[in-house]
Design a protein around this ligand. Structure first.
Ligand SMILES: O=C(O)CCC(=O)C(=O)O
Length: 265
C-alpha cells in the first residue's frame, strides 16, 4: 500500500505529499462552489452545509471553512473517495478509516495565520507499519508558493518531548513550509504540530480538509436526515470504524488500486 520510502517519510516527518491527484475540472468546480458558498449568509447555505467558523466564538478574520461539503456536490464526494488519497488513508489507519469531516476553506491576505497546534498523540508503529489515529488530507485547489500556507514541525507527531515555543515563521530545519501545486494533497497526522502562514497572494487560497480516524466515529457523520444526498460508499465510509472489520467501500477501493497497479496506471 505504501512504498518503503513513503513509510519512512511519514514516520520521519508526520506527513506525505501526494502530487497531482485531482483532475483540473474538479478543481475548477470546487473553487466555483467555494466562491458561491463562502459568499452566502449562514442561513442561505444549502442544508446540511454549515460553517462552525462563523457560528462559534472565532474572530471575524479567521480563515473560514464550510463543513459537510460532501453533501453539497458530487465533486466533494469524489474527493473524499479519491483512490490515490485513500491508498494512504487506508494504509495509515491500518484498514479501518472513518470519514469524520469535509471542510472547504478560503483564505485571503487578510485572513489570520494559524499558530502551531496538534490533536492528540495517536501515532505509533504497529507490526512494522505506521498507524495514525487521526489524519487530515489537505487538498489544495490552487498553487501555494513557498513562504505561505501549511507549515509543520517535522517529526513532532512522535512527541517524545514537548517542543519549545516556536513560531510558524521560524525556518528549517525545525519549522518547514510545504509549497504545493493545485491538485496536490498533504496527508498529515493531526498529532503533528502544524499551522499555516498568512496568505500572501491577491487571489484566494482554497483548500479542502478531509479528516479520517481509525476507530469509532466523531458522532457528527453521517447526517441521517440528508443521507439521500451522498452515495452508499461515502455513507459507509462515514460509519464508525471497527478495528479488524473491513468496510465494503475499503474492499472496493483496494480492488481499484490493485487493478490500477496491475495495469501500471
Ligand atoms: O491551512 C493549513 O494548511 C493548515 C490548516 C490547519 O492548521 C488545520 O486544518 O488544522
Amino acid at each position: 500500500m505504501l512504498t518503503t520510502e513513503e513509510k519512512w517519510f511519514f514516520d520521519h516527518h508526520g506527513f506525505i505529499h501526494l502530487r497531482d491527484v485531482v483532475p483540473p475540472d474538479d478543481l475548477r468546480r470546487m473553487i466555483q462552489l467555494a466562491d458561491v458558498w463562502h459568499d452566502m449568509a449562514l442561513e442561505e447555505l444549502p442544508p446540511p452545509l454549515a460553517s462552525t467558523s462563523r457560528s462559534g466564538q472565532h474572530t471575524p478574520t479567521i480563515a473560514h471553512w464550510i463543513n459537510h461539503v460532501q453533501y453539497g456536490d458530487a465533486v466533494f464526494q469524489r474527493l473524499a473517495l479519491n483512490a490515490d488519497i485513500m491508498r494512504v488513508i487506508i494504509a495509515l489507519t491500518q484498514g479501518t478509516p472513518c470519514l469524520v469531516d469535509c471542510a472547504l476553506t478560503k483564505n485571503y491576505r487578510t485572513s489570520d495565520d494559524i499558530s502551531f497546534h496538534a490533536a492528540g498523540k495517536d501515532y505509533s508503529v504497529v507490526q512494522g507499519q505506521p498507524r495514525a489515529g487521526f489524519l487530515n488530507a489537505g487538498v489544495s485547489l490552487v498553487d501555494v508558493p513557498e513562504g505561505t500556507g501549511f507549515v509543520c514541525l517535522p517529526g513532532s507527531h512522535k512527541r517524545n518531548f514537548e517542543p519549545p515555543d516556536l513560531s510558524i515563521y521560524d525556518g528549517p530545519p525545525t519549522v518547514i513550509n510545504v509549497p504545493v501545486r493545485a491538485g496536490d494533497a498533504v496527508i498529515f497526522t493531526e498529532a503533528l504540530m502544524h499551522g499555516a502562514r498568512r496568505w500572501t497572494l491577491d487571489t484566494p487560497r482554497y483548500t479542502v480538509f478531509n479528516r479520517y480516524i481509525d476507530e469509532g466515529s466523531h458522532g457528527a457523520l453521517p447526517i441521517e436526515s440528508h443521507r439521500h444526498l451522498i452515495p452508499d460508499d461515502l455513507y459507509e465510509l462515514e460509519q464508525p470504524a471497527v478495528r479488524g472489520v473491513q468496510k465494503d467501500v475499503v474492499a472496493r477501493l483496494l480492488d481499484t488500486l490493485s487493478t490500477r497497479a496491475q495495469r501500471g496506471t
